[in-house]
Design a binder for this molecule. Structure first.
Ligand code: ATR
Length: 276
């Protein structure tokens, strides 16, 4: 135990929070680069009705960094002193940095989408399908357009896809037109279909084409039905773990000022999520 009175506290808040993997990856990162006496990362369950007093607590206790997950990403914005332009555009903050009681809000979720894709190919000029129109889809839509790719949003409720397409710049289609996904270079699943089950997929297997990049935001299970079938079709797959890792790595850097040790952080995640 290297914690002392000098140790700075970072945390993730949400409700529920007990399954969060953020403490695992951040603390493993601190240990790997020898800054585990400087920083510690914990998780706190904070109910939505306690959010205002929690934010006062950030200042009162001089907590350094706060990662926000459901349901706080949108509501916390009203309590912050500054919100970065990207987070404003996405409409959500997943990262708060306390600079001497001045609270800055950021969004690193979009980096969790574009980072892993751009390790494989440049997004510029590519046709990208985002399936879904919730919070994860918003971050993805922002990132895709930011990287000069051509965005098509597919959603069960087409009006929500249309709203996103108008806001970020792109096309909107209902799931009845999912055939169009065959023409895409990259497919990002931002729906909850396939979460915690092995037998659901948002995209029929025969629509997936060889060479397409298929990225699932879901990481439980690690190998979703969508990714399993995409592999069988000859597509290149990206696990949801990569999104979790990339957005967490960007937070790590904002909180500590150190580059995140990605390989160590990936290894603890894979170990926890059961990658063979
Ligand atoms: P998050 O904020 O985590 O992205 P969300 O806001 O709950 O999650 O969004 C979930 C997405 O999954 C939505 O786009 C939802 O479609 P609707 O907008 O039509 O509700 C999509 N979704 C959930 N269950 C679905 C299902 N069975 N079939 C197709 N889409 C589904």
């Amino acid at each position: 135990m290297k914690i002392s009175s000098e140790t700075k506290v970072n945390m993730v808040i949400g409700d529920p929070i007990n399954h969060s993997l953020s403490p695992l990856i951040h603390n493993a990162g601190y240990e790997a680069i020898g800054i585990d006496s400087d920083f510690v990362y914990v998780a706190c369950r904070v109910g939505i009705n306690r959010l205002a007093s929690f934010v006062e607590g950030i200042r009162a206790m001089n907590i350094l960094g706060v990662s926000c997950t459901i349901p706080h990403k949108v509501w916390i914005m009203q309590y912050l002193d500054f919100i970065d332009e990207i987070a404003k555009k996405i409409g959500a903050v997943n990262t708060v940095v306390n600079d001497n009681s001045t609270l800055h809000g950021y969004n690193t979720d979009w980096l969790g989408v574009v980072g892993p894709i751009e390790k494989l190919t440049s997004l510029s000029g590519k046709a990208v399908a985002v399936v879904g129109a919730g919070g994860a889809a918003r971050a993805a839509a922002y990132g895709v357009v930011q990287k000069n790719a051509k965005l098509t949003i597919f959603n069960r409720t087409v009006s929500k896809a249309e709203e996103l397409a108008t806001e970020f710049g792109g096309d909107a289609l209902p799931l009845e037109s999912l055939d169009e996904i065959k023409k895409m270079d990259v497919i990002f699943n931002a729906t909850s279909v396939g979460l915690k089950t092995d037998d659901e997929t948002p995209i029929p297997q025969d629509l997936i084409q060889p060479g397409q990049i298929v990225f699932d935001a879901i990481y439980t299970p690690l190998e979703t039905r969508l990714l399993r079938e995409s592999k069988l079709q000859g597509a290149i797959t990206i696990h949801g773990l990569e999104m979790l890792l990339a957005q967490g790595a960007a937070q790590f850097e904002l909180y500590t000022g150190h580059e995140a040790p990605l390989s160590v952080m990936r290894a603890v995640l894979e170990n926890k999520l059961g990658k063979k």
